[in-house]
Design a protein around this ligand. Structure first.
Ligand code: CS2
Ligand code: MG
Length: 399
C-alpha cells in the first residue's frame, strides 16, 4: 500500500496548529503535527510545495526510508522549518503503521516501560503569593511537578507569566523588557517561599528561557541548590553547547535544554559530555518519532533522560506522540503538559488521559487522535508572533 493523498491544514482552533493528514491507497488515515509557533505558514508551504509532491506513491510502511528521503534526499538539511515538516509526515506514517497492526503506538515502540508518565504543569503568578496559589491549584488537580514562573518586581512582564490584558498589536510582535540583575536577585526568593509553602515532596522546575550568560546561569543554579529543583531549564542560549561546561562545573542543580533543537547535532556535545540531565526536544520539532526514538536512545547511553517539550504550541497530536514514546522509553524523565483549550481538544479528540499527576496513552490503534476538519476550518489561520525581548537600553535580548 502507498501514500495516495496528503493534506496540510494550517488553522487556529484555540491557537494555530499545522496538521498533516495522510490517506493511503487502501483508505487508512494517519495524522501528524508540524506546528512551529510563529512560523506555521513557512512549514505548511514547505510541506505542500516541496515534500508532498515527492511522497505521493511512496510505500506508506517504509517509514525509515521515507525519513531518510526527506532528510538527506533534499540536500538542504536540518533547521526548525525542515524538521517540523518531516515530523508531521513521520508521525502520520507511524499512526498508519500502528493502525494497520491494530495496536496503540507505544506497543510498536517497545511496549509499556511504566504504568504512567510523570507530568509537570505551568504555575505562574504576578507575585509570589499569586504564584503559590496557582501552584496549589495544580497540586489539587493531581500534579506532582510544577514549573514556577513569577512576575519580577520592577518588570512590566516576565516569561511564562501571561499578562491579563497583554497589549496585542494586532498580529505584530509585542515587545517586552528584561533586566537580568533583578531577576537573579528575585528567583531564589521565589523558590525559598515555594519550597516552604508547597513542601519538600513536590517537584519544582524553572525555565530561564535562554536569557542568562553562563556565569549568571552558574550563579542562579548555585543559589537555587537549597531548594532542590527538578531542573533549571534553558538557562543560556544553547547554540554554543560548550558554554554548559562552565555552568555544569559550578552546580548540582539538574539542567535541562533542547526545546529549540531540531537534530541530534544540536545536543551532541551536551549529551556526550553529560553537561545536561534532561533533553527537551519534542517529536514535533525534532523530526518525528523516527528521529526522536534514536536521539533518546543515544542520550540513554550517557544517562541523560527525556523531558519532552509540551506547551500548547505542540498540538494534541504531537502531545499524543510524545506520551506514546514516553511510555516506551527506558530513559524517560518527565513530560511537560500545559494543557489545551477545549476547542483544540474538540478538534483533535486525543485519547490520552491525565490522572494523579501522570499522563497515560490511550489504547486505540495508532496515536489515538483525529482531526475535525469542518470544525477547524471555522477558525482560519491568523498570523501571530512570539514576543520580542529587549534589555532596558533597548538592545535586543533573547526572549
Ligand atoms: C516554553 C515554551 O514550555 C516551555 O518550556 O519554553 O512554552 C516556549 O515559550 C514556547 O514553546 C514558544 O513557542
Ligand atoms: Mg522552555
Amino acid at each position: 500500500m502507498f501514500i495516495e493523498k496528503i493534506d496540510v491544514f494550517c488553522t487556529s482552533p484555540g491557537r494555530t496548529f499545522v496538521t498533516v493528514r495522510i490517506t493511503t491507497s487502501d483508505g487508512v488515515v494517519g495524522y501528524g503535527d508540524s506546528t512551529l509557533n510563529g512560523r506555521e505558514q513557512a512549514v505548511a508551504t514547505y510541506l505542500r510545495d516541496h515534500l508532498v509532491p515527492m511522497l505521493i506513491g511512496h510505500e506508506d510502511g517504509a517509514i525509515e526510508s521515507c525519513w531518510q528521503l526527506l532528510y538527506r534526499g533534499v540536500y538542504w538539511r536540518r533547521g526548525a522549518i525542515t524538521m517540523a515538516a518531516i515530523a508531521g509526515i513521520d508521525m502520520a506514517l507511524w499512526d498508519i503503521k500502528a493502525k494497520r497492526a491494530n495496536i496503540p503506538l507505544y506497543q510498536l515502540l517497545g511496549g509499556r516501560s511504566r504504568t504512567g508518565c510523570l507530568a509537570y504543569g505551568h504555575a505562574f503568578g504576578k507575585d509570589i503569593p499569586n504564584l503559590v496559589e496557582h501552584a496549589h491549584g495544580l497540586l489539587e488537580q493531581g500534579f506532582k511537578a510544577v514549573r514556577l514562573q513569577a512576575g519580577i518586581p520592577g518588570h512590566d512582564s516576565n516569561y511564562g507569566v501571561p499578562l491579563p490584558n497583554q497589549v496585542d498589536q494586532g498580529n505584530l510582535p509585542v515587545t517586552e523588557y528584561w533586566d537580568t540583575p533583578s531577576y537573579l536577585r528575585f528567583i531564589p526568593e521565589v523558590f525559598s517561599a515555594a519550597r516552604s509553602e508547597l513542601g519538600e515532596e513536590v517537584h519544582l522546575l524553572h525555565d530561564s528561557h535562554h536569557r542568562l550568560r553562563p556565569i549568571e546561569a552558574a550563579r542562579l543554579a548555585q543559589d537555587l541548590e537549597p531548594y532542590r529543583l527538578f531542573w533549571l531549564e534553558d538557562c543560556v542560549p544553547a547554540e554554543n553547547q560548550e558554554v554548559y561546561r562552565l555552568i555544569r562545573s559550578k552546580t548540582v542543580t539538574p539542567l535541562a535544554v533542547g526545546e529549540v533543537f531540531n537534530t541530534v547535532w544540536d545536543a551532541q556535545t551536551l549529551v556526550t559530555e553529560q553537561l545536561i540531565d534532561y533533553l527537551r526536544m519534542s517529536i514535533t520539532h525534532g523530526g518525528g518519532i523516527t528521529a526522536m526514538r534514536k536521539i533518546f536512545d543515544f542520550a540513554s547511553i550517557y544517562q541523560v533522560r527525556s523531558g519532552i517539550h509540551g506547551p500548547e504550541d505542540v498540538s494534541p497530536i504531537g502531545m499524543a506522540a510524545a506520551i506514546h514514546l514516553d511510555t516506551a522509553l527506558h530513559n524517560f524523565g518527565i513530560q511537560e503538559y500545559s494543557g489545551y483549550q477545549s476547542l483544540s481538544m474538540d478538534v483533535f479528540t486525543p485519547d490520552f488521559t491525565f490522572e494523579s499527576g501522570m499522563l497515560f496513552p490511550g489504547e486505540a490503534p495508532g496515536l489515538g487522535v483525529s482531526y475535525d476538519e469542518e470544525l477547524a476550518n471555522a477558525y482560519p489561520y491568523e498570523r501571530s508572533y512570539l514576543p520580542i525581548n529587549r534589555l532596558r537600553d533597548g538592545s535586543v535580548h533573547d526572549w
